[in-house]
Design a protein around this ligand. Structure first.
Ligand code: NDP
Ligand code: 8X3
Length: 252
């Protein structure tokens, strides 16, 4: 039977790269995201190779998520891997300068949205059983604090703990759960975080060698294609040229 990957945030970055990578493995694809024209463009690129179903979807809307899952055509219902990738950071400023609305948007997308999709797709994954996977895209920001991470890092800490807790509850189902925690990768992420400030987002990556979307997609496909008895619980990946900072100390 054909493997099926259900990918949220497939219009850009890791999600789009993962779609292309799964297509190379011959997987059928469910591609979700808000920008339908981008989904359709990706579908046109890939559907000569594999079956593709697109779904314009805002993951924050639980009813819409449920409707998309309920309306999956039969050929796409036997989901093998759910890639919970849709997410964003906003407001890299220090916490006291951030609008409450930005904090809510990150929580609504990265936490509530991920939970909405997981809850709706879980019965299909359990039906698939052994070999099925949930691959949640967390972040190094969920593990390591840094200035300007405030709610973003906290949402990714949720993703990590939710992933580990799900693993416990799904033990008897055969469904594996992985939290992939990338460090800085060059996608549209920084452009979104800086609200479209191209100069500021380019500066995030200037003079270094960040991860690429394809580097992360490789890891997503890697964990999803391991033998069914192998479960990667957490996978942290950074560019070689990124590491940790010393503690900050406030001095007189
Ligand atoms: P991009 O901005 O390139 O892609 C983000 C994707 O998320 C887009 O496809 C976007 O689609 C989708 N998305 C955002 N909000 C929603 C929503 N409400 N409903 C549905 N889809 C949504 O960034 P990345 O590829 O880098 O980010 C992917 C994931 O990786 C995110 O969870 C991010 O937090 C995480 N991450 C990124 C890192 C990086 O340095 N790039 C490092 C660590 C983790 P659309 O706008 O069309 O809806
Ligand atoms: C995104 C990576 O380092 O900007 O999650 O937090 S980082």
């Amino acid at each position: 039977m054909t493997n099926v990957a259900f990918i949220t945030g497939a219009t850009s970055g890791f999600g789009r790269a993962a779609a292309r990578r799964f297509a190379r493995e011959g997987w059928a694809l469910v591609l979700a995201g808000r920008r339908l024209e981008r989904l359709e463009e990706l579908a046109r690129e890939l559907e000569g190779t594999v079956p593709v179903h697109v779904a314009a979807l805002d993951v924050r809307d639980a009813a819409a998520v449920r409707a998309v899952v309920d309306a999956l055509p039969p050929a796409f219902r036997a989901v093998t891997t759910l890639v919970n990738n849709a997410g964003l950071a906003l407001a890299p400023e220090p916490a006291p300068r951030v609008a409450l609305e930005d904090w809510h948007t990150m929580i609504d997308t990265n936490v509530t949205g991920l939970v909405n999709v997981t809850h709706a797709v879980l019965p299909l994954l359990i039906e698939t059983g052994a070999g099925a996977s949930i691959v949640n895209i967390g972040s190094v920001a969920g593990e390591w604090p840094y200035p300007g991470s405030h709610v973003y890092g906290a949402t990714k800490a949720f993703v990590k703990q939710f992933s580990l807790n799900l693993r416990c509850d799904l033990l008897k189902t055969g469904v594996r759960v992985t939290d992939i925690a990338p460090g800085a990768a060059e996608t549209e992420f920084a452009l979104v975080r800086t609200r479209g400030d191209r100069a500021a987002s380019d500066a995030v990556y200037r003079g270094t060698t960040p991860l690429t979307a394809e580097d992360v997609a490789d890891q997503i496909v890697y964990v999803a294609t391991l033998p069914p008895h192998v479960a990667v619980n957490r996978l942290e990946i950074m560019a070689q040229r990124q590491a940790w900072s010393p503690f900050a100390v406030d001095r007189d």
